[in-house]
Design a protein. Structure first.
Length: 271
């Protein structure tokens, strides 16, 4: 039985939708704008942040200030704000800023409502193609160009008939990269570079596995809620909780999850 009344659930979904709408309005003027500039947050690499990232998080925080001031906030760009309710909104205003800068429509706005045990509900929103994936409170759906559709993972099939996604070809460390490719060698197809949209495709029944490393909580909690509500499994590489980030497996079935863990462990052991 849910800890939230149906009225509270409806309110929380409405707040998340209002936040996603606000982020869309803040971001879209910047997308594919030739004047867009990016700052680099990483000294030894490239971790970009743009004015669009900051504007979107500010817009979402403004919604929460009006509608849920009792809740905490943990955002990628503006950090943590403590609350009183035991609930925290975990925000990534643009997951996939590299894709955003490149003009690909595979980045997304990530919203999760979480407690100490992880995400309760989540949103993956793609403003440019106007797809919004929601999961929580025993609901999973996508609003998009074809209207509202239910989300459901596609279930078990052999690895040699399955599709695996990750964002970066290097995955994480050299060891993690080799372990990932040890698993990838057993798949029908491996694809790269989709950021949060890969999790949305998993929830929609298009692909079978997403395996990543080096994630932050705000990278995974929104997608995790959507995938789990659609019947999928999300853990770390050893089957433990994934909501704090790090190494993550998102799987369409128990069989996919078990095999991914086995081959990743074998890959790490063989290094």
């Amino acid at each position: 039985m849910s800890r939230f009344t149906s009225e509270t659930q409806t309110t929380l979904i409405d707040v998340a939708s209002e936040m996603a709408d606000a982020a869309r309005a803040a971001i879209l003027p910047f997308f594919r704008n030739p004047d867009l500039m990016a700052d680099n947050k990483e000294e030894d690499g490239f971790d970009p942040v743009t004015e669009a990232d900051r504007a979107a998080e500010a817009a979402m925080r403004n919604v929460l200030e009006r509608r849920r001031p009792q809740d905490g906030i943990f955002g990628e760009e503006m950090g943590k704000q403590e609350g009183e309710s035991g609930l925290t909104w975990v925000l990534d205003p643009i997951d996939g800023t590299r894709g955003f800068l490149s003009g690909t429509p595979t980045w997304g706005v990530l919203i999760a409502l979480s407690d100490e045990n992880g995400p309760i509900m989540g949103v993956v929103d793609q403003p440019y193609i106007q797809e919004r994936f929601f999961g929580g409170f025993n609901q999973a759906w996508c609003d998009g160009p074809h209207g509202r559709r239910s989300l459901r993972v596609r279930g078990p099939r052999p690895l040699n008939e399955s599709i695996l996604f990750t964002t970066f070809p290097e995955v994480g460390t050299q060891d993690e990269r080799r372990a990932f490719h040890y698993l990838g060698d057993r798949m029908q197809l491996v694809r790269y570079g989709m950021d949060c949209y890969a999790y949305a495709l998993l929830a929609a029944g298009q692909i079978d596995l997403v395996v990543e490393a080096g994630l932050n909580p705000y990278d995974i909690q929104g997608p995790q809620a959507v995938v789990q509500a659609a019947g999928g499994i999300v853990t770390d590489w050893h089957g433990g909780p994934a909501h704090n980030g790090g190494r993550v497996i998102a799987a369409a079935s128990e069989a996919h999850h078990a095999e991914a863990m086995r081959f990743l462990e074998e890959g790490l052991a063989n290094i």
